[in-house]
Design a protein around this ligand. Structure first.
Ligand code: CAA
Length: 370
């Protein structure tokens, strides 16, 4: 039922205008508002904090359906659910949940997760942004890069270094509000894909953040980021899965309709081999996504499963979208057939929330743990 609701929403609300939003780099504001009303922005949050109280398996189903049509919208759903709402619900104080989680889970506001910096992407412990302890507040200084929901968010979870001598154990996670003095949003990034999403750098210059806005104990920020990203990787894996399955459905329909040499191209073995590979890989990616979500729902460790799902699903998204363009031939190279956009959108799934190389590091470290 949840999957069907997401599928209908994607067809009826996301599909119209998706090409124009991509071309004009237009944020899907109306659509995100409606997704909030449907409960899709706080899917796994307890209803007492305005969430929908669903599980991670449902979240995967929704992410796949939305991403088949519009990955620029689904990344907002993923960041808000996995990185911002989850982080606040799991590690925030009651006051933080009341003030920040409730409007985010209700979809009245959007959140952003701010870890990456000009010189700290994969190497996330090398934070240059500083949060100096000033007694009752932190003084925040630095720059964050490629932040999803950069200008549209109201609440920002910002990772910063407080005790450089302690390395990753000196890092904190702070809740920063839009409008705090000294906080400015940089220009919008002009991206290859997910062009409708709102990606900016953020600048912090002597921003006073109250102590009560720190998440967890002093020095918990790096572990907070790592734990939060684990769930985020399930969301992005499901996004990659959706991009792949969306491109596959388009390619299959096209192959059944397009005639060459006297028959539909789906009747040529060269195309059948491609379709068979695509379908098999998508099914494997789907099972990895569902397994990671199922482990999370059972309260078991899902660190490795989430990274495996993201690694594999993002590779499948890239391969499948390239093949979908190939099956469409010349039509695949023009915008109205959608597959070129899906191919551009697929690439980011191998980069954000940890590159493929980072997922391999996480998978092997889990494997080699004593
Ligand atoms: N859970 C809990 N703790 C964890 C952890 C996890 N999953 N992973 C690491 N830690 C802990 C370690 O136990 C260690 O703590 P102790 O020293 O107390 O034991 C500490 O964190 C440091 O760990 P490592 O020594 O393993 O750290 P590292 O420097 O080798 O890096 C890494 C580990 C996995 C490579 C990490 O830096 C990483 O994940 N990098 C990628 C960051 C990333 O995904 N960025 C994406 C940006 S967000 C984004 O894209 C959002 C968006 O807009 C869509």
């Amino acid at each position: 039922m949840i999957r069907d609701a997401a599928r209908d929403f994607a067809q009826n609300e996301l599909k119209p205008g998706v090409i124009e939003r991509d071309e004009q780099q237009q944020f899907p504001a109306e659509q995100i508002k409606k997704l909030g009303e449907l409960g899709f922005l706080g899917m796994m949050v307890d209803p007492k904090y305005n969430g929908a109280g669903l599980d991670a398996v449902s979240y995967v189903l929704v992410m796949e359906e939305l991403s088949k049509i519009d990955a620029s919208a689904s990344v907002v759903v993923s960041v808000n659910n996995s990185l911002v709402c989850y982080g606040l619900e799991e590690y925030g104080t009651e006051e933080q949940k009341r003030n920040y989680l409730k409007p985010l889970a209700a979809g009245e506001q959007i959140g952003a997760f701010c870890l990456s910096e000009p010189e700290a992407g994969s190497d996330a412990t090398s934070q240059r942004t500083t949060a100096e302890d000033k007694g009752d507040h932190y003084l925040l200084n630095g720059t964050k890069n490629w932040i999803t929901n950069g200008s549209t968010a109201s609440t920002y979870l910002v990772i910063a270094q407080t005790h450089p001598e302690k390395g990753h154990q000196g890092i904190n996670a702070l809740i920063v509000e839009k409008g705090m003095d000294g906080f400015t949003v940089g220009p919008k990034e002009n991206k290859l894909g997910i062009r409708g999403s709102d990606t900016h750098s953020l600048l912090f210059s002597d921003v006073k953040v109250p102590k009560g806005n720190r998440i967890g104990e002093d020095g918990f920020g790096f572990k907070f980021a790592m734990k939060t990203l684990e769930g985020g990787r399930i969301g992005i894996a499901a996004q990659a899965l959706g991009i792949a399955s969306g491109a596959f459905e388009l390619a299959l329909n096209y192959a059944k309709a397009r005639q060459t040499f006297g028959k539909p191209i789906a009747q040529h073995q060269a195309i059948q081999f491609k379709l068979a590979d695509m379908a098999t890989q998508i099914e494997a990616a789907r099972l990895l996504c569902l397994k990671a979500a199922w482990l999370k729902d059972k309260g078991e460790s899902y660190t490795q499963a989430a990274s495996m799902a993201k690694l594999y699903a993002s590779e499948v998204a890239m391969k499948t979208t390239i093949e979908a363009v190939q099956i469409h031939g010349g039509y695949g190279y023009v915008k109205e057939y959608h597959v070129e956009r899906l191919m551009r959108d697929a690439k980011i799934t191998q980069i954000y929330e940890g590159t493929s190389e980072i997922q391999k590091m996480v998978i092997s470290r889990e494997m080699l743990k004593e």
